[in-house]
Design a protein around this ligand. Structure first.
Ligand SMILES: [Zn+2]
Length: 1011
């Protein structure tokens, strides 16, 4: 094909694929033996299943050969151009990478699967492993927990055409090497591209795709023979449709619909109907995949090229890497941190959302609002921060109002709006606290920073003194700020009417660009009035590159050599890009080699345009350090001990210090203790007035607490990991929020159904991307959840190699599947844990600000906080409107502030949104409650880990939690040796669901725990 001109052919292929639409006939089904024929019925056996899977694999292999040829025809020109250029001679740099990826794509094949309950991959995996091992091919299986996320199959020689798998033993390699066709097949689960907990038809509905909702009487599928003997769906027969496994009942109207399809396509038996059912599934999956692909492509994201098949990974790439490379305002990216000490603290700093049940049991119109406060003594609150308590003086038994109902509110897009705030960029400055004596010894004996951290820390704990202790920098501060300044100097000189296409440097997420084998300090592409400009920016420091010819300072011998080298590199790069423009016949692009040299500036000093780092000292006295933190001059994370907010700010309703702590049975109230049958001490996120022992806290949260409530004692800081903070994600997220808002308006106005559907999908995908943008930063790289299995024909005899295998399963003679031991270098390493944890702290500040607003103004005799989870809250109200529960003297102030905290204002995210109103509720525990509206006869239940079927039963049958000790249900159990079977589970549910995150005075009231 290299010798033929394929241009016309390539064009035809593109046209063909663009116009091709999919029908049911394009779906290929595989049957066991000849079961597709009406009079044949062969039950599945190990051997005939293997044969089926082999035919499936062979089919894909053949198709991939055709696909490879098509891809080659389309890519030939660009590959050929690259191969014949001087740019790839060194096999290094950006052009070689492009070439390499293009060559990979030709043989790469992605099979998308959708595993609702994640058992589909399990069903084929054992056969695939046996087959491929016998045929001497490689297969790798990647698992996250018990689900298979990716299967990767590598074939280096042709698959033989076998009729029967028992022949594999006799295969001899006769084929010539050059006749072999490569295939790199990925079987990917696309569940995570949308949301892992959604079924295929729910996604179809989410995207408004034409879903023909079909049902199938699974219980009847006991054998092929049985399926072939049934000639009707028996739509009206309840026992026929009974599903004893899941306990679900399928609606009669859905069954009748299925029967009408059964009749209209002239099915003879259930086997034929099952084929139709499977085809529909595939067509729907195809439609979803194509929809996702097209929508992402319109945002310049090619999911297949990037190999990212999870929403959080995709979102991470887009928000942290790709979007920031299209601007020059935020040019300092967060860097991955490999320091164990830091990563350990970030890990401690990661606290998920706060989920607390403030009450326990039934709440209805006879409940007294905040009744438990009648039994506590006057909290003596400061009336500046708690004006609503002023109206309760003198303190006596006020709390006897009855409610009209429960108002539920949510914070809109909490995590996206937390990502809009400043996050850590670049690398950290680490400070430790030393006692006066230790500091003195260090000065005289020299310094080995991480050697005795615990010892120094212990000394501070024992003899710490705020007036004499010292905070000292213990790591090397971030480097290369001259290079950074040089780049900033150049960027600030650019014209304003340009559109940045890409900027990358050592400081950005994409890192330094290699132009062939030359590292480039700054690479910039921009567009100005239809012309494209590419700037290759080099920082020529006097120290490394000598003085420039125009400089008044003469080079000495060494500098002269450096100077010559600099000129040589410059000429080589200029030659390369001149070649690039000629070779690819590029006309509208102007290249420029920009040199920013020290010699350009007075005294050879580059002006500081934009700070690389806040001003800092290597050493502070303890109190001046604290002062700098409180003034927001030093930002990042602190490790503090026993932090307590001012006593006269400690509102009995809520603790504003959110901490992840482990506490014991004895810390719970007698009320809670009496309810619990067992208690496992575990780490939980709770809200307190005083932190327990040590806490990692962001300076942002720390300062908000200080400004809002103040601290009871001088805060006791032991360590600090400081960062330059910047609005790194702001542009990217705000533009997405804006696009989404515009799409919403377009959806309202659009009359064309198809066009409206396109907008809806786009808007939905943006929402998904925004919500998962921080998740990947916390991804624990060394988590034991991630496992990798590979096949081998024999086990290694060598002890050393054997020791690398963690587990091994023998699936057949000469077929082994091994799990390999992953060397853990840093047990706490994450992608960007410090960023994720900082976003989580930002989200807490937003939540607490919103919550404080309500708790500050609502009269506690008229409103009670009942429940909250991460970004939502339930309030029990005397009057149904919030503002009516605010005392007269505070109401105008409250109303004036409403737009700042509720969606009525201009803010589009991070504000309260009204969700619903209910007349009664039952709070069983954290993540387990039922809300009911008797007026509208509606209900909302939330029971973690229990399916909808059970929850409906709970409400309809009015199940009493006291009589109900456990429930039984069935699951598909996936065993570690890749088999799958049905199993019955029994769960002791409600004894686990006692609220345990508060100190319960009575069932209708609780106080923050004191640890
Ligand atoms: Zn000079």
């Amino acid at each position: 094909m290299d010798k033929i001109n394929l241009d016309i052919c390539s064009q035809e292929i593109v046209t063909y694929f663009s116009n091709k639409s999919l029908t049911n006939k394009n779906v290929k089904l595989f049957h066991i033996q000849n079961n597709d024929q009406p009079n044949k019925s062969q039950e599945p056996t190990h051997l005939n299943t293997m044969n089926l899977i082999y035919r499936f694999l062979l089919y894909i292999y053949k198709r991939n050969i055709v696909a490879s040829i098509c891809k080659y025809i389309m890519l030939k020109n660009i590959i050929h151009k690259l191969e014949t250029s001087k740019l790839v001679e060194t096999y290094k740099g950006i052009f070689s990478q492009i070439l390499k990826r293009l060559n990979e794509i030709i043989f790469e094949c992605v099979l998308t699967a959708f595993n609702g309950s994640n058992y589909d991959n399990y069903l084929i995996i054992n056969c695939l492993v046996i087959l491929l091992t016998k045929l001497k091919h490689k297969i790798s299986i990647f698992k996250k927990n018990s689900s298979i996320s990716t299967i990767h199959i590598q074939m280096k020689c042709n698959l033989p055409q076998l009729q029967n798998m028992s022949q594999t033993v006799n295969i001899k390699k006769k084929l010539k090497k050059n006749s072999d066709w490569l295939m790199s097949l990925y079987i990917k689960d696309i569940r995570h591209l949308v949301a892992a907990n959604m079924s295929l038809d729910r996604i179809g509905k989410l995207f408004n795709l034409p879903v023909s909702k079909l049902c199938f009487p699974y219980e009847q599928a006991s054998s092929i023979k049985r399926l072939k003997s049934l000639d009707s769906l028996c739509a009206e027969d309840d026992t026929f449709w009974k599903d004893t496994f899941t306990g679900k009942t399928i609606l009669l109207e859905d069954r009748l619909h299925a029967q009408s399809i059964f009749d209209s396509i002239n099915c003879h038996d259930l086997y034929e109907y099952s084929q139709y059912y499977l085809v529909q599934d595939c067509v729907l999956l195809h439609s979803i995949v194509l929809t996702l692909f097209r929508t992402y492509l319109s945002q310049s994201i090619n999911i297949y090229l990037r190999r990212n098949f999870s929403q959080s990974n995709l979102s991470f790439q887009q928000n942290f890497v790709i979007d920031p490379s299209t601007q020059i305002v935020q040019t300092l990216a967060p860097k991955r941190i490999t320091n164990k000490y830091c990563n350990y603290f970030f890990k401690l700093g990661v606290t998920g959302g706060l989920c607390t049940s403030f009450v326990h049991g039934d709440i209805n119109s006879s409940t007294l609002i905040n009744e438990h406060l009648n039994y506590i003594s006057n909290p003596n609150l400061d009336f500046n921060s708690w004006p609503n308590f002023q109206n309760l003086t003198p303190w006596k038994k006020f709390f006897m109002q009855k409610p009209t109902g429960i108002s539920t509110i949510d914070i809109r897009s909490l995590y996206p709006s937390a990502s809009l705030k400043k996050i850590p960029v670049s690398t950290p400055l680490i400070y430790n606290r030393f006692t006066k004596d230790d500091h003195h010894h260090l000065l005289t004996r020299g310094f080995a920073p991480f050697l005795k951290v615990s010892e120094f820390c212990e000394n501070v704990q024992n003899d710490g003194n705020h007036t004499s202790d010292v905070m000292m920098l213990v790591n090397k501060p971030p480097r290369f700020y001259n290079e950074y300044n040089a780049l900033q100097y150049y960027l600030s000189s650019l014209p304003k009417d340009i559109t940045i296409i890409r900027f990358q440097s050592y400081f950005t997420a994409l890192g330094q660009l290699y132009f062939a084998h030359y590292p480039i300090d700054g690479y910039l592409t921009y567009k100005q009035q239809n012309n494209i400009y590419i700037k290759i920016i080099q920082y020529q420091s006097e120290y490394y590159h000598g003085h420039m010819p125009f400089c008044s300072v003469q080079n000495d011998k060494a500098q002269h050599d450096k100077s010559e080298k600099r000129e040589k590199i410059k000429n080589s790069i200029i030659n390369l890009y001149t070649h690039l423009l000629e070779h690819f016949q590029i006309n509208n692009v102007s290249f420029e080699y920009v040199e920013i040299s020290d010699c350009l500036f007075e005294n050879h000093r580059i002006p500081n345009i934009k700070p690389f780092l806040f001003p800092y000292q290597k050493k502070y006295t303890y109190l001046s350090f604290l002062k700098n933190v409180l003034n927001n001059n030093l930002t990042g994370f602190l490790i503090v001990k026993n932090l307590e907010i001012k006593k006269n700010q400690q509102n009995p309703l809520f603790g504003f210090l959110i901490q992840k702590v482990e506490y014991e049975f004895k810390d719970l109230s007698p009320y809670t203790q009496s309810l619990l049958t067992h208690f496992t001490s575990n780490q939980r996120v709770i809200s307190l007035h005083k932190t327990s022992h040590f806490m990692v806290i962001s300076t942002n949260y720390f300062n908000w607490l200080y400004k809002t409530f103040g601290f009871e004692n001088t805060p006791d800081i032991y360590h600090a990991i400081l960062f330059q903070m910047d609005y790194y994600l702001k542009n990217s997220i705000e533009s997405k929020l804006k696009i989404r808002k515009e799409l919403k308006e377009k959806i309202k106005a659009e009359k064309n159904i198809e066009q409206r559907q396109v907008y809806e999908i786009e808007s939905e995908l943006i929402k998904l991307m925004l919500n998962s943008c921080y998740g990947f930063t916390l991804c624990n790289l060394t988590s034991s959840k991630f496992k990798c299995f590979r096949n081998t024909q024999t086990l290694p005899k060598d002890k050393k190699r054997m020791s690398k295998i963690k587990t091994s399963i023998q699936l057949s003679p000469n077929v082994f599947l091994n799990e390999y031991i992953v060397k853990i270098t840093d047990p706490f390493e994450t992608m960007l844990g410090h960023v994720g944890s900082s976003i989580l702290f930002n989200s807490k500040v937003i939540l607490l600000k919103r919550l404080y607003f309500l708790l500050k103004y609502l009269n506690p005799t008229k409103a009670q906080l009942l429940y909250m989870d991460t970004d939502s809250a339930h309030f029990l109200l005397h009057h149904s409107q919030f503002e009516d529960n605010v005392d007269e003297n505070l109401r105008s102030e409250f109303i004036a502030l409403l737009p700042k905290h509720f969606e009525s204002g201009s803010k589009i995210s991070g504000v309260w949104v009204y969700e619903g109103f209910y007349t009664a509720a039952q709070y069983i525990g954290e993540k387990c409650y039922v809300l009911q509206n008797s007026l509208e006869n509606t209900s909302l239940s939330h029971m973690k880990g229990l399916n909808h079927f059970f929850q409906n039963q709970f409400i309809n049958q009015n199940i009493n939690i006291k009589n109900m000790t456990g429930i039984n249900y069935n699951i598909f159990y996936k065993s570690p040796d890749f088999t799958i079977f049905k199993s019955a589970m029994s769960k002791d549910i409600f004894s686990n669901y006692i609220p345990i995150k508060r100190y319960f005075v009575s069932s209708s009231g609780s106080l923050p725990l004191k640890l």
